[in-house]
Unconditional design. Structure first.
Length: 399
C-alpha cells in the first residue's frame, strides 16, 4: 500500500459523490508525512477544499472538552471522582429507570417510546451512587444513554435554551442505568454538562475559557463555537446523499444539528458537538496528545494526564461495542481483532456525525485527522473513517 492509494480512494469518493471533498493530515514521529485535500468545500460555489476550510467538528468537540477538564484537574480545581452535584447541586438525588423495556436501546423501541411513553409513569429507583465527572467523561453516567434518556432529549428541548437552562433540564432526566454499571453513548447531555461545569469552575464563560486555556496555547486560531462573518464564509456546508447525489441540507430538518437542537444564543456553547475548526488546527490538539502533552516545545498537559485519558476509565469493564472501551472523552481500540479494526491496539480518538474523524496511536507515534462534511455518514461507524484508518495504518504503522 502506498500514499498514492489514499489519493485514489479519496478522489473516488469525490467522483462518486460519496463526499463533496475532504482533507487528511497524518503525522508520524512528530513530522507530517501526509497532507492531502480533495474535492470541494462548497459544491454550490465550486470552492475547493483548502487549508483554511472550516468544518463542523460535531462530536470531536467532546475531546476538546475532555482536554479542558483535565487541565482543571491538573490544577487541583476539580477531581475525576468528584460528584457532579459538587458543582450542580440539582444532580444530587438522581433516579434510575427500572423496567426491562427501557433497556432495549434500538431505533424502533425509541420511536415507539417517543410516541407513547408517559415520562411521569416511568418506574424508577434511587441511584446507588452519584454521577461523577469520570462517569460523564466515559459515557457511564446513564444520562441520555437509553430509551428514557433519548426520549427526553427528543421531547424536552428548546432552541431558546441558554446553556444553564439546558443543564437544568438534564437534572430532571431519569438515568437509563445505575452510574458506572453500563455504557452506550451520551450524544449531548454528558459533555454539555461538562462544558457548563468548566464555566462554573473557571468563573468565566465556557467559550472564553476554551479560547484562553486550549485554543490559544495550541494555536487553534480558527477554532470557534460562533463563527464571525469572515469565518462563516469559510464554513463548509453540510450535505446528505440522496440517491447518488449530494444535497445541501445545512440548517434543514435533515441536518444532524436539527436533531441535536442546541440553543442558538451566543452564550450557548455545546460541549457535545458545537465546535467549528479547520483540519489543520484540530491536528494541533491531536499532535499534543500524540506527544504526551507537549506542543511546540511546551508542556500543555502532563504525560501522565494524557496516558490517563487513553486508559480504560471505569473500574468495571464496559464495552460500547466488542473490543472497544471508553477512556476520558475518547474511545480506545483495546482489542482491534475482536473489534474488527485495522488500528494498532491502544489507538484512541473519536469522530463527528459529518464524517470528521481523528485518532492517535501511542505505539506507532502516529496520529491523523480527517475532515469532510456529509451528515449521514454515521459518525464513528462511517465506512469512510474506517477506510482512512485502514489506509493510514497500512502505510505508517510500525510492523
Amino acid at each position: 500500500m502506498s500514499e498514492q492509494e489514499i489519493a485514489r480512494v479519496m478522489q473516488g469518493y469525490v467522483d462518486n459523490q460519496e463526499i463533496p471533498g475532504g482533507a487528511l493530515i497524518v503525522r508520524k514521529n512528530d513530522a507530517v508525512v501526509y497532507d492531502g485535500k480533495w474535492g470541494y468545500a462548497n459544491l454550490g460555489t465550486q470552492a475547493s477544499v483548502k487549508d483554511d476550510t472550516i468544518y463542523r467538528m460535531a462530536s470531536m468537540t467532546k475531546c476538546v472538552i475532555g482536554v479542558a477538564v483535565m487541565r482543571l484537574i491538573e490544577q487541583g480545581l476539580m477531581h475525576l471522582d468528584d460528584p457532579v452535584s459538587r458543582f450542580i447541586p440539582a444532580f444530587k438525588d438522581m433516579r434510575v429507570a427500572n423496567h426491562p423495556l427501557y433497556q432495549k436501546y434500538s431505533p424502533p423501541n425509541i420511536l415507539f417510546s417517543f410516541l407513547f411513553l408517559r415520562m411521569d409513569r416511568v418506574k424508577t429507583v434511587a441511584a446507588n451512587r452519584e454521577v461523577t465527572i469520570r462517569d460523564l467523561l466515559s459515557h457511564a453516567s446513564g444520562l441520555e444513554q437509553g430509551v428514557v434518556g433519548m426520549v427526553g432529549m427528543l421531547r424536552f428541548r428548546s432552541r431558546k435554551d441558554t446553556l444553564q437552562q439546558r443543564i437544568e433540564r438534564y437534572t430532571r432526566f431519569v438515568l437509563d442505568f445505575q452510574p458506572g454499571t453500563s455504557t452506550s453513548y451520551s450524544p449531548c447531555a454528558s459533555f454539555d454538562t461538562l462544558g457548563y461545569i468548566l464555566e462554573l469552575v473557571s468563573g468565566i464563560k465556557v467559550g472564553e475559557y476554551l479560547q484562553k486555556a486550549v485554543f490559544e496555547p495550541l494555536e487553534m486560531d480558527n477554532a470557534t463555537f460562533h463563527p464571525n462573518a469572515e469565518q462563516a464564509l469559510r464554513v463548509a456546508p453540510t450535505y446528505k446523499r440522496r440517491g447518488k447525489k449530494l444535497i445541501d441540507v445545512t440548517g434543514t430538518r435533515s441536518d444532524v444539528d436539527f436533531l441535536i437542537c442546541r440553543g442558538t444564543g451566543d452564550d450557548y456553547v455545546a460541549g457535545s458537538g458545537g465546535l467549528y475548526c479547520t483540519a489543520k488546527d484540530y491536528e494541533h490538539l491531536a499532535r499534543m496528545l500524540c506527544n504526551d502533552g507537549w506542543y511546540n516545545g511546551k508542556q500543555f498537559l502532563k504525560p501522565e494526564t494524557v496516558r490517563l485519558m487513553h486508559t480504560e476509565a471505569q473500574q468495571q469493564h464496559l464495552e460500547p461495542e466488542p473490543g472497544f472501551t471508553w477512556g476520558l472523552s475518547v474511545k480506545i481500540r483495546q482489542d482491534p481483532m475482536r473489534g474488527k479494526s485495522p488500528a494498532t491496539a491502544g489507538t484512541y480518538g473519536w469522530s463527528g456525525a459529518p464524517g470528521t474523524h481523528f485518532f492517535v496511536s501511542p505505539a506507532d507515534r502516529l496520529e491523523a485527522v480527517f475532515a469532510t462534511n456529509r451528515s449521514d455518514l454515521g459518525g464513528a461507524s462511517s465506512y469512510i473513517s474506517r477506510k482512512v484508518e485502514e489506509l493510514v495504518f497500512g502505510i505508517w504503522a510500525d510492523k
